[in-house]
Design a protein around this ligand. Sequence first.
Ligand code: NAD
Ligand code: G6P
Ligand code: MN
Length: 433
Amino acid sequence: GIKIATIGGGSSYTPELVEGFIKRYDELPVRELWLVDIEAGKEKLEIVGNLAKRMIEKAGLPIEVHLTLDRKEALKDADFVTTQFRVGLLDARAKDERIPLSHGVLGQETNGPGGLFKGLRTIPVILDIVKDMKELCPDAWLINFTNPAGMVTEAVLRYTDHKKIVGLCNVPIGIEMGVAKLLDVDHSRIRIDFAGLNHMVYGLDVYLDGVSVKERVIELLSNPENSSFVKNIEGQGWEAEFIRALNVLTCPYHLYYYKSDEMLEKEMKNFKEGKTRAEVVKKLEEELFELYKDSNLSIKPPQLEERGGAYYSDAAVRLISSIYNDKRDIQPVNTINNGAIASIPYGSAVEVSCVITKEGPKPIINGDLPVAVRGLVQQIKSFERVAAEAAVTGNYDTALLAMTINPLVPSDKVGKVILDEMLEAHKEHLPQF
Ligand code: NAD
Ligand code: G6P
Ligand code: MN
């Protein structure tokens, strides 16, 4: 049987994952699911772990659920390790959002200064996990969902010799589902050629039953309701002429780059009203855990769909199943570039449509990105690389460099002010600085 270890098991997304394993049990016979958390997440782990047990019992499946604070015990002989942890919890996310905004700069979980600091807190932990894996389950696949997923994947590829890592995001699958809905067809009929980076991914073409419908879909993206496919970002329609000329599908995070002023204005309003996303999610999470506590509940409650990570379980479990079964189907994931996108370094992580095999994902996009988007993608990749280096070395100058080359940061001076304030605010979770 298969052993899965899930780091950050107390996450409110765990019922999603469990639902995914239940649905695909026939093709993916999971025998042990180890949910790992830390002391600070103990209560959440117990609540969500008990719900997981009830869900599995109701399904009548022989999957053992283990709850533990001992990561090593969970990793021992695991076949797949999934990560969904948040260093510093939502309080840290609120700081990532609020401190930049207090200086007039976008504050967001994975973009701008917030994305940098989430990376600085997360990368040392992921490198530690990989070190443990080397000792306890060297052949296991690491399926990383922890944000910033692109930067984290980059760091593992660059700073460890563990090559069995796949970074995963629900945005591409969310776009596929969203496009299917727009065209009022079943999602299985839609295919999109994805290429770019995590949260900086483009749809180079989109097909309905194998025939390109890109022109039609692009036209629909100028409607504000259609420009975001995730719950955590409110849409704003693209100028029709702009999106037509860009001639590729955007992802919701592009709003921060091609509509920077408008998005900043929105976030500033949220900031002043105490409603940045972390603050909204805190309330959502409290409600969710109240539901999870109910011993009569043995399904994933629909309220979880208010979180940005919808379809996460589908994405994670179909990926694990395709690796395990050597399915060779196409899925968009973060993996080593190896020349798939010519203008991105060979050894870097990219988010591209891949054939998923037993040896891992093989990118199927070959060539380069359109010239209009190439530069931004390269800039974000440079940011991710410099940020990962800062996370590993704890070097202040490198951190300031990462901060300043981020396209959402207006100057080195403002960058330094934000950097200093954030280093202080997060120091408990930044032992390397
Ligand atoms: P959360 O705040 O519920 O945290 C999950 C758990 O991680 C908590 O129970 C916490 O105690 C635990 N944790 C913290 N530090 C840990 C450590 N060192 N070791 C083990 N566990 C630890 O977070 P969430 O909202 O469920 O999100 C979890 C992660 O998934 C975040 O990093 C988030 O950004 C990411 N996420 C990614 C995507 C994606 O598209 N890739 C989508 C949604 C969420
Ligand atoms: C998504 C992204 C994630 C992000 C999440 C935020 O759509 O793909 O990477 O972290 O939503 O969701 P939340 O509900 O926590 O704001
Ligand atoms: Mn994501």
